[in-house]
Every structure is written in structure tokens, then in C-alpha cells.
Write a protein that binds this ligand. Structure first.
Ligand code: PLP
Length: 429
């Protein structure tokens, strides 16, 4: 049985053209790039800019990965193949990141980032969260490695996502509804609108301000940064060892891009280096509520709403874009990681977008066929797999990443409750 990899893979070493760097907004006095160096763990900055193809996973991080249950399983979806009527024609495999204790892939980068923060002498890690997947991962890594965690949680989610809020608190994290009175940005937002529901962009601004206002604190980002995508390659590297055959399609859902990058980049790297997988297609599944890869522009834009962080060249819907509320809150970010955006621009990655209803129906079909309830985010990949399987030529192999389970998002399924009656769901592609 293959173990936890010893190295992460860094795609920027193999890109056919250089990755456009992060830049400062032209009209701002304070350098946002310099700010990053003050708030992020220093090893995260090193990894952001390195061109080394492989980065050694520190032994402490590998041990924590093992304690958390890595390697995660790679499973054959025979039940789904039967439900779709493609048995004997198409083979489907999935990597299951929901097997981790926090229920999603986010723990794969929370562990090294909290470890790096500790190496810098930090006693507290700070971040923001929407639905709470990332906040829960950071709270868990902080508990595992013995540091404090403060999580700014968008106020609307703080009220509506009770299970994750309570889980973070039970793990010892301090969860602050954002906007809060703890920061200048939060107080201003509350003065303008006392009932402000909060936004991810504002929560980032608050988390950064809070990090800067105290000693021995580090801010830890949950996606989009290249270092985060690199940490997530533990998924794809394990999958390469576990897959019994070369996939014709690799599929994953996209928020900021760390789940997709983590699953596909080790294979995309081999393709770019001419080491196999010539025929493999890479499909990114996003939400129609935030369709940056299918409908966004490729340009420089802010990583956060308030321009606290630098600009990145990426597919974006605009940093002020406010997506409609969907249950797949993890897919509501306005942009996609620079490397993923570049791969899309160059034609190495294809993208599809789906509506909430169709992905939840697909998720229910999957749940009945495989016995696992997918996270609303991961359900986008499930839907894409169903579409591909219905049209793919005989003998095709599809591999996808089930980035999380949906047991803490069970209220999402209310949206299709009336159709959860036996016989009403169709396993259509
Ligand atoms: C279960 C799950 N899958 C996928 C994503 C999308 O993540 P990424 O930012 O890595 O694209 C999220 C984001 O929160 C998530 O919670």
C-alpha cells in the first residue's frame, strides 16, 4: 500500500511560459507584496516564488498527514457506473478527501502552513472563512500542532452554518463574526450598515488587519496562492500511485483552484514534460454562481475586495463581484489561481459551469449509488463526471476528486427535498 508522498510537486517549474507574478496596485503607496512578507509564514513566501520542481514535505508535516488519515482512499465507482448505465463501457475512479477528519481537502495545506507559522515563532494563526471548511481545517491543524487560531467568519455564515462554527469552537479556535468591532475595517462596515451580512473579501481584510495588530501572529490563506496549490498536490501524487490505469479525463471542482490543482497538477506536469498522459483531458467544474473560468476575463485583478493583498493575473469576475448565495460557498470566489488561469488560457484545462439544482441532483444520484453524500462543492465534479460518462467513447477511464463530504452541509439538500423521493431522480448525464 503506497504511503504519504515525501515531496510536493510545484507546477511552475514546468509551465511552458513564465507565470505572471503578483504585482502591487499602481496608485497605492504601501507595497502589498511587502505586506505579504509581513503576514504570511516565511516558508509560504519561499514556496510562492521557488522554481524547484519538487519540495520536500517536512517530516513533522508528513506525520501529521498520517495522523489525519493520509493517504486517502482511491475508490472505483462501480455503483455510479451501474446507476449511469455505463458499466463495462466506462470506468470511473475517485479520490476521497472527505475521509479526512475535517471532511475536506483543506487540511492538506492547513497543516504545513500552521507548522511554518510555528517555525517563525508564531503562537497564533489567523484566517477568514465563509461556510467554514477552511476555518475548520485551520482550527484542526492548530489543535494538532498546539497554537491558537482566530477565524473571522462571515456574519451570515456564522449565523447559518452552526455545525462548523461549533466544531471550530470545540477545537479551541476563537471564531469572530465578520464584520466585527475588533478591526477598523469591521467597525467602518458596521457603522455604514449595522446589519452587514459580511463578505469573504471583508473577512480577509479584517484577518490581515488583526494579524498586523499583534505580535507573533501569522495569516494563513486557504487557496489561490501557488504555495497552497503545491501543498494540495499530495492528493494527485497519491492518486498517481493508486490509479490502476491512465485516466482519459481528470475532473475536479474549482473555487480558488487548490482542489483542482492539487488533484491534476502532478499529471499535467508529466504531460508538459512529455512523460505520458498525452491524451488525458483536464476538466474544471465551477458554479454558475461564480463562473470565472467560463465567463470571466483574463487580466490583473485584486486577490481581495478591499485591495489589501496584491493583484494577480487570473481569470476573474471582478474583485467586487458578489455571487448569488449558493450552498457551495467554497466555489464563490471571484478569481482562479494564476497557474490554473494560465493553463486554461493555453488550452490545457477545459471548464464547465453548473447550476445548484443540477449538481445537488447529481450528488443525490452519487449518494444512492456509492453510499457517500458529497459536499455541495464536490457535487459539481460529480455532475461533470456524469455528463462526460454519458458521451465518452467505450473504454474511457474517468478519475475525479471528491474533495469533501456533505454531512455538515446537509441543509443544502433541502433545495431538492421534494425530488429526493425514490424514482424521481434521474441518473442522466
Ligand atoms: C469541499 C470543497 N471542495 C472544493 C472547494 C474549492 O476549493 P478551492 O479553493 O481549493 O478551489 C472547497 C472550498 O471551500 C470545498 O470546501
Amino acid at each position: 500500500m503506497p504511503g504519504v508522498p515525501r515531496y510536493w510537486y510545484n507546477l511552475t517549474a514546468d509551465l511552458p511560459v513564465p507565470l505572471p507574478p503578483l504585482v502591487d496596485p499602481l496608485d497605492e503607496e504601501e507595497s502589498r507584496i511587502a505586506l505579504l512578507a509581513r503576514i504570511l509564514p516565511s516558508r509560504v513566501i519561499d514556496e510562492e516564488y521557488t522554481l524547484s520542481r519538487t519540495l520536500r514535505i517536512p517530516e513533522e508535516v508528513r506525520r501529521a498527514y498520517e495522523r489525519a488519515g493520509r493517504p486517502t482512499p482511491l475508490l472505483r465507482a462501480e455503483g455510479l457506473e451501474r446507476a449511469l448505465g455505463v458499466s463495462g463501457r466506462v470506468r470511473i475512479y475517485y479520490k476521497f478527501e472527505g475521509a479526512l477528519p475535517t471532511g475536506s481537502h483543506k487540511l492538506n495545506t492547513a497543516i504545513p502552513q500552521v507548522y511554518y507559522a510555528k517555525l517563525d515563532g508564531a503562537v497564533e494563526v489567523v484566517t477568514e472563512t465563509g461556510a467554514g471548511q477552511w476555518g475548520l481545517a485551520v482550527s484542526t491543524a492548530a489543535a494538532m500542532l498546539g497554537v491558537k487560531a482566530t477565524v473571522f467568519m462571515t456574519r451570515s455564515s456564522h449565523e447559518s452554518k452552526k455545525p462548523r462554527r461549533l466544531a471550530m469552537k470545540a477545537l479551541g479556535a476563537r471564531v469572530v463574526p465578520s464584520p466585527s468591532t475588533e478591526t477598523r475595517a469591521g467597525r467602518e462596515a458596521l457603522r455604514e450598515n449595522p446589519g452587514h451580512p459580511g463578505s469573504l473579501g471583508l473577512a480577509i481584510t479584517e484577518a490581515v488587519e488583526y494579524t498586523l495588530s499583534g505580535e507573533r501572529r501569522r495569516y494563513v490563506p486557504g487557496s489561490v496562492m501557488e504555495s497552497v496549490l503545491t501543498h494540495q498536490t499530495v492528493i494527485g501524487l497519491e492518486a498517481l500511485e493508486q490509479l490502476p490505469e491512465e485516466p482519459d479525463y481528470m475532473v475536479a471542482c474549482v473555487g480558488g483552484g487548490s482542489n483542482f490543482g492539487g488533484f491534476t497538477y502532478p499529471v499535467i506536469g508529466m504531460k508538459l514534460r512529455g512523460e505520458g498522459f498525452e491524451g488525458t483531458r483536464f476538466i474544471a467544474a465551477e458554479s454558475r454562481a461564480a463562473p470565472r473560468l467560463t465567463r470571466g476575463d483574463y487580466r490583473y485583478d485584486g486577490l481581495d475586495t478591499g485591495l489589501t493583498l496584491p493583484l494577480a493575473r487570473m481569470y476573474t469576475l471582478g474583485r467586487s463581484y458578489v455571487p448569488p448565495p449558493v450552498h457551495a460557498a467554497g466555489l464563490r470566489y471571484h478569481g482562479a489561481a494564476p497557474s490554473l488561469s494560465l493553463l486554461r488560457l493555453l488550452g490545457y484545462v477545459e471548464a464547465v459551469a453548473y447550476s445548484q439544482e443540477e449538481v445537488l441532483e447529481a450528488a443525490a444520484v452519487f449518494a444512492r449509488a456509492e453510499g457517500i453524500l458529497p459536499a455541495p462543492e464536490s457535487a459539481h465534479a460529480v455532475k461533470a463526471v456524469m455528463d462526460i460518462a454519458s458521451k465518452a467513447p467505450a473504454g474511457s477511464v474517468i478519475a475525479f476528486n471528491l474533495s469533501g463530504h456533505g454531512y455538515l452541509d446537509i441543509d443544502a439538500y433541502e433545495a431538492i427535498e421534494s425530488r429526493l423521493v425514490s424514482g424521481e431522480l434521474k441518473a442522466r448525464g
